[in-house]
Design a protein around this ligand. Structure first.
Ligand code: VGL
Ligand code: ZN
Length: 193
């Protein structure tokens, strides 16, 4: 990757519940992405790029969870072990939390009110615009949900968007979801490396 001061690396949801085999929504091979992700973080930092970490950050009850009408096991409840970054990840200062008020949605850019459906910004777009970012690089967990929606929003918002395939893993609720997600991103204009 050619990182520069006008590029941003978006590290999606490398949290214990996704990346640790003991996590409640463990993504197969999640922890195996971390050495690669750390290399990218190091290169991006050396080049003066912006590095942003997104975090799934749910209340104890949210329509996102199966017990409350959604589809997912309870995961990434704010301020619990599961919502912490994986301990092997090189972390930084800039993070964006998603779903803090019980909103739904997978993208690092936008969340949705589960009752009204209205969308609101997480602040990520403004953060990137303020930093003069034109290019974003996306990796992390999980390919078929938060990585995909984050990359699709980035393209929609006009950022040149690259997906690093060595730095992602899929939930694969249905077989092939990860591959389909990569194809959808590529069709939308994401450059898959
Ligand atoms: C995610 C499922 C539920 C993700 C978040 O980070 O990809 N997946 N919540
Ligand atoms: Zn979630």
């Amino acid at each position: 990757m050619n990182y520069s001061p006008s590029s941003a690396l978006i590290v999606v949801d490398v949290q214990n519940d996704f990346a640790d085999p003991e996590g409640s929504l463990y993504v197969d091979g999640g922890e195996a992405t971390i050495p690669f992700i750390n290399e990218q973080i190091t290169m991006a930092a050396q080049a003066g790029s912006t590095i942003v970490y997104t975090r799934d950050w749910h209340p104890e009850s949210t329509p996102h969870f199966a017990k409350d009408g959604g589809i997912w096991p309870v995961h990434c409840v704010g301020d619990t072990w599961g919502s912490e970054f994986h301990p092997d990840l090189i972390i930084g200062e800039t993070e964006v939390k998603k779903g803090t008020s019980g909103e739904d949605g997978y993208s690092g850019f936008t969340v949705r009110d589960p009752e009204t459906g209205s969308e609101s910004s997480t602040g990520l777009e403004a953060l990137l615009r303020d930093a003069g970012i034109t290019d974003v690089v996306v990796l992390g967990l999980a390919t078929d949900y938060c990585v995909k929606e984050t990359a699709l929003d980035a393209v929609r918002l006009g950022f040149s968007t690259t997906l690093l395939a060595d730095g992602i893993r899929s939930v694969n609720l249905s077989e092939g979801d990860g591959d389909r997600a990569i194809a959808d991103m590529a069709a939308a204009g994401v450059v898959v490396v």
